[in-house]
Design a protein around this ligand. Structure first.
Ligand SMILES: C[S@@+](CC[C@H](N)C(=O)[O-])C[C@H]1O[C@@H](n2cnc3c(N)ncnc32)[C@H](O)[C@@H]1O
Length: 315
């Protein structure tokens, strides 16, 4: 199981199916980028296939135990202690917050329930439709807007700037070009405003999926390769047995230095970079949940499992 996709690596792609792709344009992809020789047309195809995968996942995920939709509608927050603690000073009633790659909106709406005015963005039409329905059902529609857009296309779909631009857990691997991602994210941060990322630590992408806190070898690349990793088969992070019609997806690992440099190059000023020896969810086998709600290896091994970054727009 891969954190956002599924199954075993499989580089054999069905060219006919990919050619039928109906996906977003990938403005900003730089074919001359030093990281490799992936052509823009290929990237469009990869992203189109990812979007089909995410349409299916977004339709299935609200019914999984991973997402406690009933609990949310009863008043529970889906946010983790980490982002609430680290963003606590910036987010209060009246704050306006842009949530990139919001999936079907549970975290977005959990911020809204705290009085925050939220705008959630995702390229999955299904996810955005569900988010809008949940906003209405939870009585939060007056301060929640959801926009269907790819991250790279967002400047064409949304105007304005925000006090906080927020994105979390399982987002960066879906993006081939982090420089463009950072430019887009930074462009939506109001002068003096905050950018915040909480993400699976890039080191975890190199570990075997069945890593249990014992001996481990690096089995996947740390640095961004020319071609993405392709996964095919059942299961997503929300349900390891989930069968999706479009069960093939493509991800790009990004090293920590690449993430941070992209944010700096986009003009943001880093306030902190925290590497945490815990996961906010049960990411691997052999983990137990502590009283603080965080997951750690029973073996006691401490490897970086989560990274959080806070930056400001100094302009
Ligand atoms: C792992 S989910 C994020 C999950 C979120 N942290 C949560 O628990 O609800 C990743 C999201 O990124 C979205 N996504 C992937 N690639 C995207 C892109 N290029 N532009 C916009 N959204 C994208 C997917 O549709 C999916 O909703």
């Amino acid at each position: 199981m891969d954190p956002g996709g599924a199954g075993e690596p499989d580089d054999e792609r069905n060219a006919e199916e990919l050619a039928e792709a109906d996906g977003p344009d990938v403005d900003g992809w730089d074919a001359d980028d030093e990281r490799g020789a992936v052509e823009p047309a290929d990237v469009d195809e990869y992203l189109a296939e990812n979007r089909r995968h995410w349409e299916d996942a977004a339709a299935a995920h609200p019914d999984t135990d991973h997402y406690d939709v009933a609990g949310f509608l009863d008043g529970a927050s889906s946010l983790h202690a980490l982002e609430r603690r680290e963003l606590g000073d910036e987010v209060c009633p009246g704050t306006d917050l842009l949530h990139l790659q919001c999936h079907f909106g549970l975290d977005t709406l959990s911020w809204a329930r705290e009085g925050v005015t939220v705008t959630g963005v995702d390229f999955s039409r299904e996810a955005i439709a569900t988010a809008r329905d949940l906003a209405a059902e939870a009585g939060l529609a007056d301060r929640a807007t959801f926009v269907e857009s790819g991250v790279y296309d967002l400047p064409d779909a949304l105007d304005g700037q925000f006090d906080v631009v927020f994105t979390s857990y399982g987002v960066l691997g879906w993006l081939p070009d982090l420089d463009r991602w950072a430019e887009v994210a930074a462009s939506f941060v109001r002068p003096g405003g905050t950018f915040y990322l909480a993400e699976l630590h890039p080191l975890t992408e190199t570990l075997p999926w069945d890593f249990d806190g014992g001996d481990a070898a690096f089995v996947r690349p740390y640095f961004t390769p020319a071609e993405p990793s392709t996964y095919e088969g059942p299961g997503t992070y929300a349900d390891y047995d989930l069968e999706l019609e479009h069960d093939r997806s493509h991800t790009w690992p990004h090293a920590l230095g690449e993430i941070l440099t992209a944010l700096l190059d986009a003009g943001l000023a880093l306030e902190f970079v925290h590497e945490h020896p815990f996961a906010v969810e049960e990411q691997f086998e052999g983990m137990t949940r502590g009283d603080d709600g965080h997951w750690r290896f029973e073996s006691g091994i401490e490897v970086p499992l989560t990274v959080s970054v806070k930056a400001t727009n100094p302009a």
